[in-house]
Design a protein around this ligand. Structure first.
Ligand SMILES: *Cc1c(COP(=O)(O)O)cnc(C)c1O
Length: 444
């Protein structure tokens, strides 16, 4: 009945026209545009959001099962965040961060540093995206060593299958073949490991040629939601301390409650030399990023102007007041709504729902870290599906018909809904996945 009523609704968005123009003029990220532009493909045009739900131009509603590519925290159109952005809009939308400053940026920097023990992470460098947060950390690490008489410390250590963003610096330390092979030859030196114990055998590590090691703590996102063994993060911290190597933590995905604690590093009592934040920093409302670092690193860049120690890095929209206002409101909601406390029973609910999925023959393995889940699918006989068949993508497409929006990583289905998602919404989301799995790869 609901559907019938919708069909009768006038298409106020003129969906077909918009779709045609999209196909004619846009180029979407991480997208094979021949498939996208195929006449059989109807682009989903999202027009509205409320809480964990999104609505398309035809009035259909979906659970935002991947938090709009891992960014949204407290839901869409949250009144507190919306109001904060409106208030800032009425004051000023953007002012330069080169030579002037603004109140939301100042307050945000203080709030972010306050999450960490005194005299640890005390400085916030603001930029726009996860990639730029990483880029800034890498440049700071290299320049620190130049400034302190160790210019040979210029290499990086990163993990197999890591993903740290798409700008060239960030992509250099990425380790996913499909994304990163194409820029081979344009990269700077990176040494790849799969476990911190390998470091002692690495000549560059022993010879003091490494500036920093980077890791996505607790769970690698783009690798297919792969969780690290417990204790790996603290082992890496220890190795870095012993070798005088900086530790860059990429909490672009894991930050802001996603793993159950405000930051993933808190679960192993690790404090990095650089903490990179983006995606959820603004609650998923604005492009905004922060690279937090220590006073020791900051001070190495101080000196007479003529010494040339200045950190020459920045973007036009660095310290954007709208983004910072959204981020401050995002942090306030954590307190007002006791988000992390309320999240714990929902994490358990998710665990039990995922357990029910485990009996599905096409489900090979499920990994969960807080409110993040990766579900590997394959053939019922336990063998892998040919990746070219894009079964994961077809399952996610089928899930749309059951009211769930998400995007897989090859044959890993990703479920990472906003923290405000209710238990009932979790149930319908997982049930949508289950039905979609059966429709696409069920008994044939
Ligand atoms: C998304 C992501 C990035 C890149 O962030 P962008 O905002 O897309 O540039 C970096 N690291 C991790 C772990 C991510 O998930």
């Amino acid at each position: 009945m609901y559907r019938l009523k919708l069909r009768a609704m006038p298409d106020v968005w003129n969906t077909e026209k918009l779709a045609e123009l999209d196909k004619r003029h846009l180029w979407h990220p991480f997208t094979q545009m021949r498939d996208w532009c195929d006449p059989g493909h109807e682009p989903l045009i999202l027009v509205r959001g409320e809480g964990a739900m999104l609505e398309d131009s035809r009035g259909r509603r979906y659970l935002d099962g991947n938090s709009s590519i891992w960014t949204n925290i407290h839901g869409h159109s949250h009144p507190h965040i919306t109001r904060a952005v409106h208030e800032q809009l009425d004051l000023v939308s953007h002012v330069s961060f080169l030579g002037t400053t603004n109140a939301p940026s100042i307050r945000l920097a203080e709030r972010l540093c306050d999450f960490f023990p005194k005299n640890t992470l005390t400085r916030a460098f603001l930029s726009d995206d996860g990639s730029t947060a990483i880029e800034a950390a890498m440049k700071m690490a290299v320049q620190f060593h130049q400034l302190t008489g160790n210019p040979h410390r210029s290499g990086f250590v990163a993990f197999d299958n890591a993903y740290h963003g798409d700008t060239l610096g960030a992509a250099s330390i990425g380790g996913i073949g499909t994304f990163h092979k194409k820029i081979e030859g344009h990269k700077f030196p990176v040494h790849r490991i799969s476990d911190p114990e390998e470091l002692d055998a690495l000549p560059a590590w022993r010879e003091g040629l490494i500036a920093a090691a980077a890791i996505e703590p607790l769970i690698q996102g783009a690798a297919g939601m792969r969780t690290w063994p417990k204790g790996l993060l603290s082992r890496l911290r220890k190795k870095c301390n012993e070798a005088g190597v900086f530790l860059i933590l990429d909490e672009v995905m894991t930050g802001f409650g996603r793993t159950g604690t405000m930051f993933a590093c808190q679960q192993e009592q690790v404090i990095p030399d650089f903490l990179c934040l983006a995606k959820g920093l603004s609650g998923g409302y604005m492009p905004l990023a922060a690279t937090l670092t220590t006073e020791k690193i900051f001070e190495a860049f101080l000196g007479d102007f003529s010494e040339g120690k200045t950190f020459y890095y920045g973007h036009s929209y660095s310290g954007n007041p709208l983004g910072c206002a959204a981020a401050l409101a995002n942090l306030e909601v954590f307190e007002k709504e006791s988000t992390l406390e309320n999240l714990q029973p929902k994490i358990q609910k998710l665990t039990s729902l995922l357990d029910q999925l485990r009996v599905v023959p096409q489900v090979h393995e499920i990994r969960q870290c807080g409110f993040i889940a990766g579900i590997d699918i394959g053939r019922p006989d336990g063998t892998k599906l040919p990746w070219q068949e894009r079964t994961g993508a077809r399952i996610c497409l089928a899930a749309r018909n059951h009211g769930l929006l998400t995007r897989p990583i090859l044959d890993t289905l990703v479920f990472i809904p906003p923290l405000c998602t209710t238990e009932a919404q979790l149930e319908s989301g997982i049930s949508a996945l289950e039905r979609a799995i059966q429709e696409v790869s069920g008994p044939s």
